[in-house]
Design a protein around this ligand. Structure first.
Ligand code: DAH
Length: 341
């Protein structure tokens, strides 16, 4: 008879010790567990075993078989783990003193303009507020003096969620919450992403940015509004900007205006960009409607205020001469690459 079970076990472990590559493990598996393998061979010896001992013998051989199988498996797993560790160690090694060859990213033009405008308003005592993109009907419309079925809702078709909430159509949707949070007097701006169910073209997108602002205090008048807008725009464009107000209707302001700036491309002479009028529409605004102040818990006997909804996307397009609004949401790195790093 060949080796005893114990001898076979010892021999196996000795060989396993020496094995260190995938092929070597496979070789061992075939040598001991394969059809013609040594452990399999032990079972074939069964005939030579005394019948009363066979059961015990069979169980012992099976136990050895399992032991060998598990030991090989364990070694294979260990080898894999070691290989991975080596790989990680090799790729993670870096030299801090090497000059970088990686390109750095750039800010999106809307982010650049947003930060600039934020800074200007912050220097005039305005706080900067963040607000949800998902709002309810009350905040987006009702609190802004736009009751259900009011025709003004038609201009702001949007995306409704199953639970009745909606994606905000304008940053004005934050007015009520901000008035309730701070009360009067109050100076705040709140930039945000807005959504409308629009067919897109060079001037229209379903997703765009606005920057809303409100100022509420005693004796606030239209002259305050004009002063703040003119100062802000002159800073953004780094030159004195001429503005004009035209009447405009928005249910949440009374009186309401469209604020135009003199065309920056032709200097007011008239060109295709301003449809030969010499003026560009930039910022609807007005004196906050008493119903809106009341809904925000503000004492209308004591306070008045102005509000504006600056088209941030529009402003970025004008500042950087971007002709197609869709470039801004395209994610195209070539468009972004042109902006300040
Ligand atoms: N929320 C309006 C819109 O998106 C814009 C607007 C108009 C905002 C007048 C204002 C305002 O604050 O006073 O169409």
């Amino acid at each position: 008879m060949g080796m005893t079970m114990q001898e076979l076990r010892e021999q196996f472990y000795e060989k396993l010790q020496q094995a260190n590559a995938a092929e070597a493990f496979e070789e061992l598996r075939v040598r001991y567990l394969g059809k013609k393998g040594e452990i399999t061979g032990l079972l074939k010896n069964m005939g030579a075993i005394e019948p009363s001992m066979r059961k015990e013998y069979g169980a012992k051989v099976n136990a050895l078989k399992e032991e060998v199988e598990n030991s090989i498996k364990k070694r294979i797993e260990e080898a894999h783990a070691r290989e991975l560790e080596l790989k990680i160690a090799a790729t993670e090694r870096y030299d801090l003193t090497l000059p970088s060859t990686l390109e750095t990213g750039s800010y999106h033009p809307i982010t650049l303009v947003q930060r600039e405008v934020e800074q200007i308003f912050a220097s005039m005592g305005f706080t900067i507020e963040d607000y949800d993109e998902i709002v309810d009907d009350y905040h987006c419309f009702e609190a802004l003096n736009i009751p259900k079925h009011h025709p003004a809702r038609d201009m702001q078709d949007t995306y409704y969620l199953d639970n009745g909430q909606l994606l905000k159509t304008h940053t004005s949707a934050a007015q009520n919450a901000i008035m309730r949070k701070y009360g009067a007097p109050l100076r705040a701006i709140f930039p945000g992403r807005c959504f409308r169910n629009e067919s897109t073209d060079a001037c229209h997108e379903n997703t765009f940015f606005q920057m809303e602002g409100i100022m509420i205090d005693e004796n606030i008048s239209i002259s305050n509004l004009i002063y703040f807008m003119k100062t802000m725009l002159s800073e953004v464009f780094q030159r004195d900007i001429k503005v004009r107000l035209r009447p405009g209707f928005f249910p949440f302001v009374e009186p309401g205006f469209e604020l135009d700036i003199s065309c920056l491309i032709c200097g007011g002479e008239g060109c295709p960009s301003c449809k030969n009028s010499g003026w560009l529409e930039l910022c609807p605004c007005g004196m906050i409607h008493p119903n809106v102040l009341k809904a925000g818990g503000i004492d209308t006997e004591k306070y008045t205020g102005f509000a504006f909804g600056l088209g941030l996307t529009r402003l970025a397009m004008m500042k950087y001469g971007i002709k197609d609004i869709r470039d801004l949401n395209s994610g195209n790195l070539k468009s972004l690459d042109q902006f300040v790093k």
